[in-house]
Write a protein that binds this ligand. Structure first.
Ligand code: SOE
Length: 383
Protein backbone atom coordinates (compact mmCIF):
# COMPACT_ATOMS: atom_id res chain seq x y z
CA UNK A 1 0.00 0.00 0.00
CA UNK A 2 1.28 3.49 -0.85
CA UNK A 3 2.13 5.77 1.99
CA UNK A 4 1.12 9.41 2.23
CA UNK A 5 3.73 11.40 4.12
CA UNK A 6 2.21 14.34 5.98
CA UNK A 7 3.82 17.58 7.15
CA UNK A 8 1.79 19.51 9.70
CA UNK A 9 2.40 23.25 10.04
CA UNK A 10 1.26 24.65 13.40
CA UNK A 11 0.72 22.86 16.68
CA UNK A 12 -1.70 24.92 18.77
CA UNK A 13 -5.43 24.04 19.09
CA UNK A 14 -5.98 23.02 15.46
CA UNK A 15 -2.57 21.34 15.19
CA UNK A 16 -3.43 19.21 18.20
CA UNK A 17 -6.84 18.26 16.79
CA UNK A 18 -5.38 17.39 13.36
CA UNK A 19 -2.56 15.38 14.96
CA UNK A 20 -5.09 13.31 16.84
CA UNK A 21 -7.09 12.77 13.62
CA UNK A 22 -4.01 11.72 11.60
CA UNK A 23 -3.18 9.28 14.34
CA UNK A 24 -6.68 7.78 14.33
CA UNK A 25 -7.88 7.81 10.74
CA UNK A 26 -5.95 4.80 9.44
CA UNK A 27 -6.82 2.73 12.47
CA UNK A 28 -10.56 3.26 12.17
CA UNK A 29 -11.18 3.45 8.43
CA UNK A 30 -9.85 1.10 5.74
CA UNK A 31 -7.93 3.62 3.70
CA UNK A 32 -6.49 3.08 0.23
CA UNK A 33 -3.24 4.78 1.40
CA UNK A 34 -1.35 4.76 4.68
CA UNK A 35 -0.86 8.25 6.17
CA UNK A 36 2.43 8.78 7.99
CA UNK A 37 3.04 11.62 10.40
CA UNK A 38 6.39 12.58 8.90
CA UNK A 39 7.20 16.03 10.26
CA UNK A 40 5.68 18.75 12.41
CA UNK A 41 6.64 22.38 11.76
CA UNK A 42 6.50 25.23 14.26
CA UNK A 43 8.00 28.67 14.61
CA UNK A 44 10.20 27.75 17.58
CA UNK A 45 12.47 24.70 17.44
CA UNK A 46 12.05 23.63 21.06
CA UNK A 47 8.24 24.03 21.06
CA UNK A 48 7.96 22.13 17.76
CA UNK A 49 10.15 19.33 19.12
CA UNK A 50 8.06 19.05 22.25
CA UNK A 51 4.77 19.07 20.28
CA UNK A 52 6.08 16.44 17.83
CA UNK A 53 6.96 14.14 20.71
CA UNK A 54 3.60 14.67 22.42
CA UNK A 55 1.49 14.24 19.27
CA UNK A 56 3.51 11.37 17.76
CA UNK A 57 5.24 12.99 14.78
CA UNK A 58 8.50 11.38 13.66
CA UNK A 59 10.42 14.65 13.24
CA UNK A 60 10.08 18.38 13.83
CA UNK A 61 11.47 21.54 12.27
CA UNK A 62 11.24 25.31 12.64
CA UNK A 63 11.48 25.76 8.86
CA UNK A 64 8.32 24.79 6.97
CA UNK A 65 10.01 25.53 3.63
CA UNK A 66 12.46 22.69 4.24
CA UNK A 67 9.68 20.08 4.10
CA UNK A 68 8.63 21.11 0.60
CA UNK A 69 11.74 19.58 -0.99
CA UNK A 70 11.38 16.26 0.80
CA UNK A 71 10.33 13.22 -1.21
CA UNK A 72 8.72 11.59 1.81
CA UNK A 73 6.28 14.50 2.23
CA UNK A 74 3.25 14.31 -0.06
CA UNK A 75 0.74 16.46 1.80
CA UNK A 76 1.02 19.71 3.76
CA UNK A 77 -1.58 20.31 6.46
CA UNK A 78 -1.82 24.02 7.37
CA UNK A 79 -3.01 24.78 10.91
CA UNK A 80 -1.59 28.29 11.30
CA UNK A 81 -3.39 31.66 11.64
CA UNK A 82 -4.84 33.00 8.39
CA UNK A 83 -2.02 35.44 7.60
CA UNK A 84 0.31 32.60 6.58
CA UNK A 85 -2.19 30.38 4.71
CA UNK A 86 -1.58 31.86 1.25
CA UNK A 87 2.22 31.76 1.36
CA UNK A 88 2.44 28.22 2.71
CA UNK A 89 -0.34 26.80 0.53
CA UNK A 90 0.90 28.32 -2.73
CA UNK A 91 4.50 27.23 -2.07
CA UNK A 92 3.36 23.71 -1.17
CA UNK A 93 1.14 23.38 -4.25
CA UNK A 94 3.89 24.68 -6.52
CA UNK A 95 6.19 22.07 -4.96
CA UNK A 96 3.70 19.33 -5.90
CA UNK A 97 2.23 18.68 -2.44
CA UNK A 98 -1.45 18.12 -1.71
CA UNK A 99 -2.74 20.77 0.71
CA UNK A 100 -5.26 20.67 3.52
CA UNK A 101 -5.79 24.21 4.83
CA UNK A 102 -7.68 25.29 7.94
CA UNK A 103 -10.61 27.66 7.52
CA UNK A 104 -11.27 30.33 6.53
CA UNK A 105 -9.16 29.75 3.43
CA UNK A 106 -7.46 33.15 3.64
CA UNK A 107 -7.65 36.63 5.09
CA UNK A 108 -8.91 38.25 1.89
CA UNK A 109 -10.48 37.43 -1.46
CA UNK A 110 -7.24 38.41 -3.23
CA UNK A 111 -5.27 35.83 -1.23
CA UNK A 112 -7.94 33.16 -1.60
CA UNK A 113 -8.07 33.78 -5.37
CA UNK A 114 -4.28 33.41 -5.64
CA UNK A 115 -4.53 30.17 -3.66
CA UNK A 116 -7.24 28.83 -5.95
CA UNK A 117 -5.14 29.79 -8.98
CA UNK A 118 -2.23 27.74 -7.60
CA UNK A 119 -4.66 24.91 -6.80
CA UNK A 120 -6.06 24.88 -10.31
CA UNK A 121 -2.50 24.72 -11.78
CA UNK A 122 -1.65 21.88 -9.40
CA UNK A 123 -4.89 20.02 -10.19
CA UNK A 124 -3.61 19.40 -13.71
CA UNK A 125 -0.86 17.28 -12.14
CA UNK A 126 -3.23 15.40 -9.86
CA UNK A 127 -2.45 17.55 -6.81
CA UNK A 128 -5.54 18.19 -4.66
CA UNK A 129 -6.73 20.65 -2.03
CA UNK A 130 -9.21 20.69 0.80
CA UNK A 131 -10.37 23.38 3.25
CA UNK A 132 -10.94 22.33 6.86
CA UNK A 133 -14.64 23.04 7.16
CA UNK A 134 -14.98 20.10 9.53
CA UNK A 135 -18.67 20.50 10.36
CA UNK A 136 -19.54 19.04 6.96
CA UNK A 137 -18.30 15.81 8.50
CA UNK A 138 -20.76 15.70 11.39
CA UNK A 139 -22.78 12.55 10.55
CA UNK A 140 -26.10 14.28 11.39
CA UNK A 141 -25.29 17.12 8.98
CA UNK A 142 -24.13 14.78 6.22
CA UNK A 143 -27.44 12.99 6.73
CA UNK A 144 -29.27 16.35 6.50
CA UNK A 145 -27.63 17.01 3.15
CA UNK A 146 -28.71 13.65 1.78
CA UNK A 147 -32.29 14.19 2.99
CA UNK A 148 -32.39 17.60 1.30
CA UNK A 149 -30.92 16.16 -1.90
CA UNK A 150 -33.57 13.41 -1.83
CA UNK A 151 -36.30 16.09 -1.71
CA UNK A 152 -37.47 15.25 1.82
CA UNK A 153 -38.03 18.91 2.77
CA UNK A 154 -38.97 20.08 -0.72
CA UNK A 155 -37.81 23.48 -1.92
CA UNK A 156 -35.69 25.31 0.65
CA UNK A 157 -37.23 28.61 1.76
CA UNK A 158 -35.35 29.59 4.91
CA UNK A 159 -31.87 28.97 6.26
CA UNK A 160 -31.51 30.10 9.86
CA UNK A 161 -27.93 29.75 11.04
CA UNK A 162 -26.11 30.94 14.13
CA UNK A 163 -22.74 30.21 15.67
CA UNK A 164 -22.61 31.31 19.27
CA UNK A 165 -19.57 31.39 21.54
CA UNK A 166 -18.92 33.41 24.70
CA UNK A 167 -15.16 33.59 25.27
CA UNK A 168 -15.07 37.40 24.89
CA UNK A 169 -17.94 38.25 27.25
CA UNK A 170 -15.37 39.36 29.85
CA UNK A 171 -14.10 42.79 28.66
CA UNK A 172 -10.80 42.07 30.43
CA UNK A 173 -10.09 38.89 28.51
CA UNK A 174 -6.70 39.48 26.83
CA UNK A 175 -6.01 40.09 23.16
CA UNK A 176 -4.88 37.15 21.06
CA UNK A 177 -4.20 36.72 17.34
CA UNK A 178 -7.86 36.08 16.61
CA UNK A 179 -8.59 39.72 17.54
CA UNK A 180 -6.04 41.20 15.13
CA UNK A 181 -7.13 41.93 11.55
CA UNK A 182 -3.59 41.60 10.21
CA UNK A 183 -3.40 38.01 11.54
CA UNK A 184 -6.98 36.71 11.35
CA UNK A 185 -8.50 38.82 8.56
CA UNK A 186 -11.78 39.24 10.43
CA UNK A 187 -13.25 38.20 13.77
CA UNK A 188 -16.44 36.25 14.44
CA UNK A 189 -17.29 36.68 10.75
CA UNK A 190 -14.36 34.65 9.38
CA UNK A 191 -13.83 32.38 12.35
CA UNK A 192 -17.45 31.32 12.90
CA UNK A 193 -19.54 32.84 10.11
CA UNK A 194 -17.35 31.08 7.53
CA UNK A 195 -18.43 27.71 8.93
CA UNK A 196 -22.09 28.71 8.60
CA UNK A 197 -21.73 29.88 5.03
CA UNK A 198 -19.88 26.72 4.01
CA UNK A 199 -22.47 24.56 5.74
CA UNK A 200 -25.33 26.34 4.03
CA UNK A 201 -23.61 25.93 0.65
CA UNK A 202 -23.07 22.25 1.43
CA UNK A 203 -26.57 21.50 2.70
CA UNK A 204 -28.47 23.32 -0.04
CA UNK A 205 -25.92 22.63 -2.75
CA UNK A 206 -26.26 26.20 -3.89
CA UNK A 207 -24.48 29.45 -3.12
CA UNK A 208 -25.31 32.70 -1.40
CA UNK A 209 -25.60 35.36 -4.10
CA UNK A 210 -26.19 38.58 -2.12
CA UNK A 211 -26.03 39.77 1.46
CA UNK A 212 -26.88 42.64 3.78
CA UNK A 213 -24.74 42.69 6.89
CA UNK A 214 -23.75 44.45 10.09
CA UNK A 215 -20.56 44.02 12.11
CA UNK A 216 -19.87 45.21 15.65
CA UNK A 217 -16.84 45.44 17.92
CA UNK A 218 -18.19 45.80 21.45
CA UNK A 219 -14.88 46.13 23.30
CA UNK A 220 -12.40 48.28 21.39
CA UNK A 221 -9.31 47.64 23.55
CA UNK A 222 -8.17 44.66 25.56
CA UNK A 223 -5.21 43.85 27.81
CA UNK A 224 -1.98 42.88 26.06
CA UNK A 225 -0.98 39.55 27.61
CA UNK A 226 2.79 40.18 27.47
CA UNK A 227 2.70 43.82 28.61
CA UNK A 228 1.13 44.11 32.07
CA UNK A 229 -1.00 47.23 32.53
CA UNK A 230 -1.18 48.00 28.79
CA UNK A 231 -4.05 47.52 26.36
CA UNK A 232 -4.11 47.13 22.59
CA UNK A 233 -6.81 47.74 19.96
CA UNK A 234 -9.18 44.99 18.83
CA UNK A 235 -9.20 45.35 15.05
CA UNK A 236 -11.81 42.75 14.08
CA UNK A 237 -15.55 42.30 14.54
CA UNK A 238 -16.82 40.73 17.76
CA UNK A 239 -20.15 39.87 16.17
CA UNK A 240 -21.50 39.59 12.63
CA UNK A 241 -25.11 39.51 11.46
CA UNK A 242 -26.27 39.15 7.91
CA UNK A 243 -29.23 38.27 5.81
CA UNK A 244 -28.67 36.48 2.53
CA UNK A 245 -30.31 35.39 -0.68
CA UNK A 246 -29.46 32.00 -2.19
CA UNK A 247 -29.27 31.30 -5.90
CA UNK A 248 -32.37 29.08 -5.74
CA UNK A 249 -34.50 31.75 -4.03
CA UNK A 250 -34.15 30.79 -0.34
CA UNK A 251 -33.57 33.49 2.28
CA UNK A 252 -30.95 33.13 4.98
CA UNK A 253 -30.27 34.74 8.33
CA UNK A 254 -26.81 34.32 9.83
CA UNK A 255 -25.40 35.31 13.21
CA UNK A 256 -21.86 34.78 14.51
CA UNK A 257 -20.73 36.07 17.88
CA UNK A 258 -18.24 35.57 20.69
CA UNK A 259 -20.54 37.37 23.15
CA UNK A 260 -23.41 34.91 23.59
CA UNK A 261 -23.01 34.39 27.32
CA UNK A 262 -23.48 30.72 28.21
CA UNK A 263 -23.08 29.47 24.64
CA UNK A 264 -19.80 27.62 24.19
CA UNK A 265 -19.84 26.19 20.70
CA UNK A 266 -23.46 26.65 19.74
CA UNK A 267 -23.54 26.07 16.00
CA UNK A 268 -27.19 25.83 15.01
CA UNK A 269 -28.79 25.56 11.64
CA UNK A 270 -32.41 25.11 10.64
CA UNK A 271 -33.74 24.78 7.13
CA UNK A 272 -37.42 25.14 6.34
CA UNK A 273 -38.61 23.83 3.02
CA UNK A 274 -41.92 23.50 1.18
CA UNK A 275 -42.32 19.89 2.42
CA UNK A 276 -40.62 19.91 5.83
CA UNK A 277 -37.80 21.16 8.02
CA UNK A 278 -34.47 20.06 9.46
CA UNK A 279 -32.78 21.45 12.56
CA UNK A 280 -29.38 20.85 14.16
CA UNK A 281 -27.47 22.10 17.19
CA UNK A 282 -23.80 21.19 17.54
CA UNK A 283 -24.11 21.02 21.32
CA UNK A 284 -26.22 17.88 20.66
CA UNK A 285 -24.24 16.95 17.58
CA UNK A 286 -25.41 13.34 17.25
CA UNK A 287 -29.01 14.43 16.71
CA UNK A 288 -30.91 15.78 13.73
CA UNK A 289 -34.48 17.05 14.07
CA UNK A 290 -36.73 16.33 11.12
CA UNK A 291 -40.25 17.51 10.46
CA UNK A 292 -42.11 15.91 7.55
CA UNK A 293 -44.98 18.22 6.56
CA UNK A 294 -46.56 15.34 4.66
CA UNK A 295 -47.52 13.51 7.86
CA UNK A 296 -51.04 13.93 9.28
CA UNK A 297 -51.24 17.25 11.15
CA UNK A 298 -52.41 15.47 14.32
CA UNK A 299 -49.18 13.50 14.67
CA UNK A 300 -46.71 15.55 12.64
CA UNK A 301 -43.96 17.42 14.42
CA UNK A 302 -40.21 17.47 14.80
CA UNK A 303 -38.77 14.10 15.60
CA UNK A 304 -35.24 13.41 16.76
CA UNK A 305 -33.05 11.15 14.64
CA UNK A 306 -30.05 9.80 16.53
CA UNK A 307 -27.44 9.71 13.77
CA UNK A 308 -25.44 6.77 15.08
CA UNK A 309 -26.76 3.89 12.96
CA UNK A 310 -24.23 1.96 10.84
CA UNK A 311 -26.11 3.21 7.76
CA UNK A 312 -25.53 6.86 8.70
CA UNK A 313 -22.62 8.70 7.08
CA UNK A 314 -19.20 7.71 8.55
CA UNK A 315 -20.74 5.46 11.20
CA UNK A 316 -19.86 2.18 9.51
CA UNK A 317 -16.41 2.33 11.09
CA UNK A 318 -17.31 3.39 14.61
CA UNK A 319 -19.12 1.92 17.58
CA UNK A 320 -22.57 0.30 17.97
CA UNK A 321 -25.67 2.56 17.71
CA UNK A 322 -26.06 5.10 20.50
CA UNK A 323 -22.33 5.26 21.32
CA UNK A 324 -22.11 8.89 20.32
CA UNK A 325 -19.34 10.71 18.51
CA UNK A 326 -17.74 14.10 19.29
CA UNK A 327 -15.92 17.12 17.84
CA UNK A 328 -12.70 15.19 17.23
CA UNK A 329 -14.39 12.60 15.03
CA UNK A 330 -15.35 15.24 12.45
CA UNK A 331 -11.65 15.77 11.71
CA UNK A 332 -11.06 12.03 11.37
CA UNK A 333 -13.87 11.95 8.79
CA UNK A 334 -12.38 14.95 6.97
CA UNK A 335 -9.05 13.11 6.65
CA UNK A 336 -10.76 9.91 5.53
CA UNK A 337 -12.42 11.81 2.70
CA UNK A 338 -9.27 13.69 1.68
CA UNK A 339 -6.97 10.65 1.74
CA UNK A 340 -9.54 8.64 -0.23
CA UNK A 341 -9.87 11.40 -2.84
CA UNK A 342 -6.09 11.57 -3.21
CA UNK A 343 -5.73 7.81 -3.61
CA UNK A 344 -8.63 7.56 -6.04
CA UNK A 345 -7.82 10.79 -7.90
CA UNK A 346 -11.25 12.06 -6.97
CA UNK A 347 -12.58 15.55 -6.31
CA UNK A 348 -12.37 16.41 -2.60
CA UNK A 349 -14.88 18.87 -1.17
CA UNK A 350 -14.69 21.57 -0.06
CA UNK A 351 -11.66 22.36 -2.22
CA UNK A 352 -9.97 25.75 -2.58
CA UNK A 353 -12.58 26.82 -5.15
CA UNK A 354 -15.30 26.24 -2.53
CA UNK A 355 -13.19 28.06 0.07
CA UNK A 356 -12.90 31.02 -2.30
CA UNK A 357 -16.68 31.11 -2.71
CA UNK A 358 -17.08 31.37 1.07
CA UNK A 359 -14.40 34.09 1.17
CA UNK A 360 -16.38 36.09 -1.38
CA UNK A 361 -19.48 35.92 0.80
CA UNK A 362 -17.49 37.14 3.84
CA UNK A 363 -16.09 39.96 1.74
CA UNK A 364 -19.57 40.99 0.59
CA UNK A 365 -20.73 41.07 4.24
CA UNK A 366 -17.81 43.37 5.11
CA UNK A 367 -18.57 45.64 2.16
CA UNK A 368 -22.25 45.75 3.07
CA UNK A 369 -21.48 46.55 6.73
CA UNK A 370 -19.24 49.41 5.59
CA UNK A 371 -22.13 50.82 3.52
CA UNK A 372 -24.97 50.97 6.06
CA UNK A 373 -25.95 47.33 5.42
CA UNK A 374 -26.72 47.96 1.75
CA UNK A 375 -27.44 44.72 -0.15
CA UNK A 376 -24.25 43.61 -1.90
CA UNK A 377 -23.89 41.00 -4.62
CA UNK A 378 -21.35 38.28 -3.93
CA UNK A 379 -18.72 38.83 -6.61
CA UNK A 380 -18.03 35.99 -8.99
CA UNK A 381 -14.72 37.20 -10.37
CA UNK A 382 -12.08 39.57 -9.05
CA UNK A 383 -13.26 41.47 -5.98
C1 SOE B 1 -12.50 29.36 17.85
O1 SOE B 1 -13.50 30.29 17.82
C2 SOE B 1 -12.83 28.06 17.14
O2 SOE B 1 -11.81 27.17 17.49
C3 SOE B 1 -12.86 28.14 15.62
O3 SOE B 1 -11.67 28.66 15.09
C4 SOE B 1 -13.18 26.80 15.05
O4 SOE B 1 -13.19 26.82 13.66
C5 SOE B 1 -14.52 26.39 15.61
O5 SOE B 1 -14.89 25.18 15.09
C6 SOE B 1 -14.48 26.32 17.11
O6 SOE B 1 -14.07 27.56 17.59
Amino acid sequence: MNTLGVALVGHAFMGAVHSQAWRTVGRVFDLPMRPERAVLCGRRKDAAREAAARFGWTESTDDWKSVLVRDDVHLVDICTPGDSHAEIAISALDAGKHVLCEKPLANSVAEAAAMEEAASRARRNGILTMVGFNYRRVPALALARSLIAAGRIGTARHVRASYLQDWLVDPHAPINWRLRAERAGSGALGDLGAHLVDLAHYLLDEDVVSVSGALETFVAERPLPDEPGRAGPVTVDDAALFTARFRGGALGTFEATRYASGRKNGLRIEINGSAGSLAFDFESMNELSFHDAGEPAETAGFRRILATEPGHPYLEAWYPPGHVLGYEHTFVHELRDFVTAIAERGAPAPDFAAGLRVQRVLDAVQRSAAHHSRWMPVSEGES
